[in-house]
Design a protein around this ligand. Structure first.
Ligand code: SF4
Ligand code: SF4
Length: 483
C-alpha cells in the first residue's frame, strides 16, 4: 500500500527508461555506442491543462496555486482525458470506474511540506518550489526526448536533460514502460455510427419530404413515414444507450453536459440528447396524429439541423491538439461523408419498403413511378460522395505523419492496416456500384420496386460493413504526441 492507497500495478509517477544505440565499426574493432537514461514523470500541473479543457463533467480543475486536481465525485470515467494528456499522467481506477492522478500531495503542500515523492527520492532527483527559484537552480528547459513539445500544455516542470537525450537526429530509442492505452472504443464505434446513420437518414427524408411538397406530391406520399420515423428514433435511443457502456460510472452520465464552454464532448452529448429529444417529440406527434403539419415541419427541420450539429461536434471531439494524426479536416469530412452515405442508402431502403400514402391503394402506379425516380437522384449523389470519400482517404493516408515521440502506439499503422483499409474501400465501391447497376437498368427498362428494394438492402449492408471497418481503423490510428 502506498501513500495514496493505490492497488498493486497502479502508479501516479512513472520512471521511464529510454535506451538505444548500436555498434560502430572503428578499424578492425566493433565498439558499442549505446545509451540509457531515465525520466521520472507524473502530472505536470500544466498551465494549459488539456485534460481540464476537454473534461465534459468539469471534474478536472486548476486550483488558485496552479495544482490540477480531479474531483472523483464528478468523474464519469469516460477516459477522454487519458487520450489527450501527452504525459500519460492519468490513471484509471477500474474498481471505482473513475480517473485518478497525482494530486501533488496537496494536503502536504497546504501544511507547508513537500510532496511525498520529493521527500522520499533517495537520490534527490526531484525538487519542487516556486518557478523563479527552480529556474535559478536548474535552468529553464522543460522538454527532453521523448517528451512532447511543451507549448502543447505548458507543463509546470523543469528538467536537467541527460546528455544522450540531445543526440543528433533523435535516434530511435526504446521506452519502457509504455503500456498501450485501453480506449474502450467498441461502444464508441456503435454510438458514432448509429447516431450518424440516424442523423443522415432523417436529413435525407426531411429533404425529400420538402421537395415533394414543392412538387405537390404529398397528396399521396409521405417520404418520412411514421414507421421510418419510429425506426430512426429507436436507432438514436439505441446509440445513446450503447455509449453508456464506454463510461466507468454510467449513472453519472447526466454530468456530461457540465462543460459546454470548453469541452466538445459536452457539446456532442448535448446535441445527441437534443436530437434524440426532438425525434421522440416528432414521433409522439405522428403517433397521436397531433399538431398542424407546419408545426411538424418546423420540428423536423430543427431536428435535422441538430443532427448535423451533433455530427460536427462529434468530429471535433477527436481533433485533439495532442493527437496530430487526428488534428485534421479529414475527421469532419469523413464523418459527414459517412453520415450522408449511410443516410441516403437507408433512405432508399426506407422508401422502397415503407412508403406511406393516404391513397396508396388507389394510386399504386404513382408510387411505383415515383420511388425509382427519387432513388435515381439519391444514387447519383452517392456516386459523388464515393469520389469525395476516396479523395479524402487518399489525402489523409498520404499525409499520415505520426509524431516522432509518439511512442504510445505503434507508429507503423499504415503498414499494419493496409489490406483491411483496402477492403473497406472495395466494399464501399461495390456497395455503391450495385446502386449504379440499378441506374443503368432503370435507364434501359424500369425495374419493379421490389427489386430496387433488394438492391438497396444489399448496397446498404455492404457500405455499413465498410464503415464499421473504417471506424475501427480510425480508432486504431490513434497516436498521440509524447508518452
Ligand atoms: S500533465 Fe496531463 S493530466 Fe497533468 S495537467 Fe498536464 S495535461 Fe493534465
Ligand atoms: S469525466 Fe472523463 S475526462 Fe473528466 S476526469 Fe473523468 S475520465 Fe477524465
Amino acid at each position: 500500500m502506498d501513500k495514496h492507497g493505490l492497488d498493486a500495478g497502479r502508479t501516479w509517477r512513472q520512471v521511464y527508461e529510454i535506451s538505444g544505440g548500436s555498434w560502430e565499426q572503428i578499424g578492425e574493432a566493433w565498439v558499442p555506442d549505446v545509451f540509457a537514461y531515465h525520466i521520472s514523470l507524473a502530472c505536470n500541473h500544466c498551465d494549459k491543462p488539456i485534460c481540464a479543457e476537454i473534461c465534459p463533467s468539469h471534474a478536472i480543475t486548476k486550483r488558485f496555486d496552479g495544482i490540477v486536481l480531479i474531483d472523483v465525485e464528478k468523474c464519469l470515467g469516460c477516459g477522454y482525458c487519458s487520450w489527450a494528456c501527452p504525459y500519460a499522467a492519468l490513471d484509471y481506477d477500474k474498481g471505482s470506474g473513475h480517473m485518478t492522478k497525482c494530486t501533488f500531495c496537496v494536503e502536504r503542500i497546504d501544511k507547508g511540506r513537500s510532496p511525498e515523492c520529493v521527500a522520499a527520492c533517495p537520490m534527490r532527483v526531484l525538487d519542487f518550489g516556486d518557478q523563479e527559484t527552480l529556474i535559478v537552480k536548474y535552468g529553464s528547459i522543460n522538454s527532453s526526448y521523448p517528451l512532447p513539445e511543451p507549448d502543447l500544455t505548458e507543463p509546470q516542470f523543469l528538467v536537467s536533460p541527460h546528455s544522450d537525450s540531445q543526440r543528433p537526429n533523435n535516434e530511435p530509442a526504446d521506452v519502457t514502460p509504455s503500456a498501450p492505452l485501453d480506449m474502450k472504443e467498441q461502444p464508441l464505434i456503435g454510438f458514432t455510427l448509429l447516431s450518424q446513420l440516424a442523423a443522415g437518414t432523417f436529413l435525407a427524408l426531411v429533404i425529400l419530404e420538402a421537395l415533394s411538397i414543392q412538387t405537390g406530391q404529398t397528396t399521396y406520399t409521405r417520404w418520412l413515414s411514421s414507421k421510418t420515423l419510429f425506426g430512426i428514433t429507436l436507432m438514436m435511443i439505441a446509440s445513446m444507450l450503447v455509449s453508456l457502456f464506454h463510461l466507468g460510472t454510467p449513472q453519472k452520465a447526466y454530468r456530461a453536459f457540465a462543460n459546454l464552454k470548453t469541452s466538445w464532448l459536452s457539446r456532442e452529448i448535448f446535441f445527441a440528447a437534443a436530437f434524440g429529444g426532438l425525434l421522440v417529440l416528432l414521433s409522439g406527434m405522428h403517433w397521436l396524429n397531433f399538431g398542424a403539419s407546419v408545426a411538424q415541419s418546423v420540428i423536423a427541420w430543427a431536428a435535422a439541423l441538430t443532427g448535423m450539429l451533433l455530427v460536427y461536434c462529434m468530429s471535433r471531439v477527436y481533433m485533439l491538439r495532442t493527437v496530430p494524426v487526428w488534428k485534421s479536416p479529414h475527421i469532419p469530412l469523413s464523418f459527414f461523408i459517412t453520415t450522408l452515405m449511410l443516410g441516403e442508402l437507408a433512405a432508399i431502403v426506407a422508401i422502397t419498403n415503407w412508403p406511406e400514402s393516404s391513397t396508396l391503394s388507389t394510386a399504386p402506379e404513382g408510387i411505383k413511378y415515383l420511388i425509382p425516380i427519387v432513388s435515381q437522384w439519391l444514387v447519383l449523389s452517392l456516386f459523388g460522395l464515393l469520389v469525395i470519400d476516396m479523395l479524402v482517404t487518399f489525402v489523409w493516408w498520404a499525409n499520415f505523419d505520426p509524431p516522432d515521440s509518439g511512442l504510445h502506439q505503434s507508429a507503423n499503422t499504415q503498414e499494419r492496416f493496409r489490406y483491411i483499409s483496402g477492403l473497406r474501400m472495395v466494399l464501399t465501391f461495390l456497395g455503391i456500384s450495385i446502386m449504379g447497376a440499378f441506374l443503368y437498368q432503370y435507364s434501359v427498362d424500369p425495374i419493379p420496386v421490389i427489386q430496387l428494394s433488394t438492391l438497396a438492402w444489399l448496397s446498404f449492408g455492404l457500405v455499413l460493413v465498410a464503415k464499421i471497418i473504417g471506424r475501427n481503423l480510425f480508432y486504431k490510428s490513434y497516436i498521440r504526441s509524447g508518452l
